[in-house]
Ligand binder design. Structure first.
Ligand code: HEM
Length: 418
C-alpha cells in the first residue's frame, strides 16, 4: 500500500458535560465522534481505525440533525450492527431520509421509511426492476455511456475522473432506467448535490428538494398520460398490494429512488479511483488480473461505506448492558463495522482474496439496498472498461484529494497518464 494511504489516529472529544443529553444516558458513554474531518485524511475512513480501542462498543453521540434526531446511540461492532439491521421488532425506519420536510411536504420516502410488513409491499413493486436479470438488460447502455465518456478524454492524457466520469456516468444510467429526459441532466446534478452535500445548510438542501420535487411532479403527470416501458412509468401505473399507488406513494418512491440512486454510485466510483490513483500497485494488479474486478469491487465497497444508517428505537431494551429507550435514535456505524477485526481479518488491508465479504455498505436486513445489483454492475463495468482503455494513471501533480462529508464523496480528482 502506498504511503499516502497511511492512517491517522481517531479524533475523539469528550467534554465533562454536554447540553441536552437525555437523562437515561450515562455521561461516561457520551462521545463526540469527529469523523467530519474527512478532508484532512488521506484515507477518508481512517478516522475509525482506533474505534475499538478508544470507544465503548455502544456510545451516545451528541450529533444533531435538525428534524431527525438530537443525539443518537452509535453501535460500532459487526454483530451489534447486524442485529440492529435485522431486528424489526426493536428498530423502526419511520421518518427515514425525510429531506422533504424542509419544504413542508408530508409524504414519506419509500420504501425506506416503511417497516415490515408494509415495507414488503413496496419492495414487491420495485424488486423486478432491480433483479440481476433486469440489470443485465441495461448493460449495453451502461457500456455505451462509459465508453462515450472515455472517448471524450482519452486522447488528452488526463481527465478529472471524479468530475468528468464518476459524477456523470451513474446519473445517465439512472435517468435512462427511469425514463427521465436527458436535457435535465445538469439540473439533476445541482439539486442532488445540494441535497446530499450541503451538510447543515438547510436552505440549500431545501432548494435542491424543491427543484427535484417540481421536476418529479411534472414528470409523473406526463407519464400518467403517456405510459412507457421505463421504471418511472412502472411506478406511476404500478399496483401496491393489488391497488393503484396513491399520489404520496408515487412521489415518495420516485423521490427516494432519486436520492438513493443518483449519488451513491457516483461517490463510490470517485472514491474507488481515488484509491487506485494513490495505490498504483493495486491498480497494476487489477490490470494484470481483470477477472479479480468483482472481488475488488466488494473490497472497495467494504472499505468505502458512504452511508451510516439510522433507526428509531421502538421498545426499551439493552445492548451490552447499556439501556436504550423507546424514542431514542441509533446509528449503525458502518464505517466501523466494516473494519471489525472479529469479522474481517486485517480489516484495514485491501484484500482481493477475502473469503467472505459480508460488509454493510449496502446495509442489511429488510432495507438492504434495492439497487445493490445495479450498483455492483455499474461499478464493475466502470472499472473494467476504464482499465481496459485508459493506460496506468496517477494523480496529477498537486491534485487535491479533498473528500466531502455528508454522503462522503470526492468532488474533483485530476489524474494523468502517458
Ligand atoms: C454503491 C452504491 C450504493 C450504496 C453505497 C447504497 C447504500 C444503501 C444503503 C446503506 C441503504 C440502506 C439505508 C438504510 O437502511 O437506512 C440503501 C437502501 C436503498 N437503496 Fe441503495 N445504495 C447504492 C446504490 C443504489 C442504487 C443505484 C439505487 C437505485 C437506483 C439504490 C436505491 C436504494 C433504495 C430504493 C433503498 C431503500 C431500500 C429499502 O428501504 O427497502 N441504491 N442503499
Amino acid at each position: 500500500m502506498s504511503e499516502t494511504l497511511e492512517r491517522v489516529p481517531i479524533k475523539v472529544r469528550r467534554p465533562d458535560s454536554w447540553p441536552d443529553i437525555p437523562a437515561h444516558v450515562p455521561l461516561n458513554l457520551v462521545h463526540e465522534l469527529d469523523y467530519l474531518d474527512v478532508n484532512t485524511l488521506a484515507d477518508p475512513f481512517a478516522g475509525t481505525k482506533d474505534i475499538y480501542k478508544d470507544l465503548p462498543p455502544v456510545f451516545f453521540s451528541p450529533f444533531t440533525r435538525p428534524m431527525m434526531y438530537k443525539g443518537l446511540w452509535v453501535v460500532t461492532r459487526y454483530e451489534d450492527i447486524r442485529e440492529v439491521y435485522q431486528n424489526n421488532d426493536r428498530y423502526s425506519n419511520a421518518g427515514a431520509a425525510n429531506f422533504q420536510q424542509l419544504v413542508g411536504e408530508t409524504f414519506q420516502s419509500l420504501p425506506l421509511s416503511a417497516d415490515p410488513p408494509e415495507h414488503g409491499k413496496y419492495r414487491l413493486l420495485l424488486n423486478p426492476w432491480f433483479s440481476p436479470k433486469a440489470v443485465s438488460v441495461l448493460e449495453p447502455q451502461m457500456k455505451a455511456v462509459i465508453n462515450d465518456l472515455i472517448d471524450s478524454f482519452i486522447d488528452k492524457g488526463e481527465c478529472d475522473v471524479a468530475y468528468d466520469f464518476g459524477r456523470i456516468y451513474p446519473v445517465k444510467v439512472f435517468m435512462d432506467l427511469m425514463g427521465f429526459p436527458f436535457e435535465k441532466f445538469e439540473d439533476f446534478l445541482q439539486w442532488e448535490y445540494a441535497i446530499l452535500h450541503s451538510f447543515g445548510n438547510a436552505e440549500k438542501i431545501a432548494w435542491g428538494v424543491q427543484g427535484a420535487l417540481d421536476f418529479l411532479r411534472g414528470f409523473i403527470e406526463e407519464v400518467r398520460k403517456t405510459p412507457n416501458e421505463k421504471l418511472g412509468s412502472g411506478i406511476v401505473h404500478g399496483l401496491i398490494d393489488g391497488r393503484p399507488a396513491t399520489e404520496d406513494e408515487i412521489i415518495g418512491t420516485m423521490f427516494f429512488l432519486w436520492v438513493g440512486g443518483l449519488d451513491t454510485v457516483a461517490a463510490t466510483t470517485s472514491l474507488m479511483f481515488r484509491r487506485m490513483a494513490l495505490d498504483t500497485a493495486l491498480q497494476q494488479q487489477l490490470r494484470d488480473n481483470p477477472s479479480l474486478v468483482p472481488e475488488a469491487i466488494e473490497e472497495f465497497m467494504r472499505m468505502q461505506p458512504l452511508v451510516n444508517s439510522t433507526r428509531l428505537v421502538k421498545v426499551d431494551h439493552e445492548i451490552r448492558g447499556v439501556k436504550i429507550k423507546k424514542g431514542d435514535s441509533i446509528m449503525c456505524y458502518n464505517a466501523a463495522g466494516n473494519f471489525d477485526p472479529e469479522e474481517f481479518e486485517n480489516p484495514r488491508e485491501f484484500r482481493l482474496d477475502r473469503p467472505a465479504n459480508r460488509h454493510f455498505t449496502l446495509a442489511g436486513g429488510s432495507h438492504r439496498c434495492l439497487g445493490s445489483h445495479l450498483a455492483r454492475r455499474e461499478l464493475r463495468l466502470a472499472l473494467s472498461e476504464f482499465l481496459r482503455r485508459v493506460p496506468p494513471f496517477r494523480l496529477k501533480h498537486d491534485a487535491s484529494m479533498d473528500v466531502y462529508p455528508g454522503l462522503i464523496a470526492v468532488p474533483r480528482l485530476p489524474i494523468t497518464w502517458s
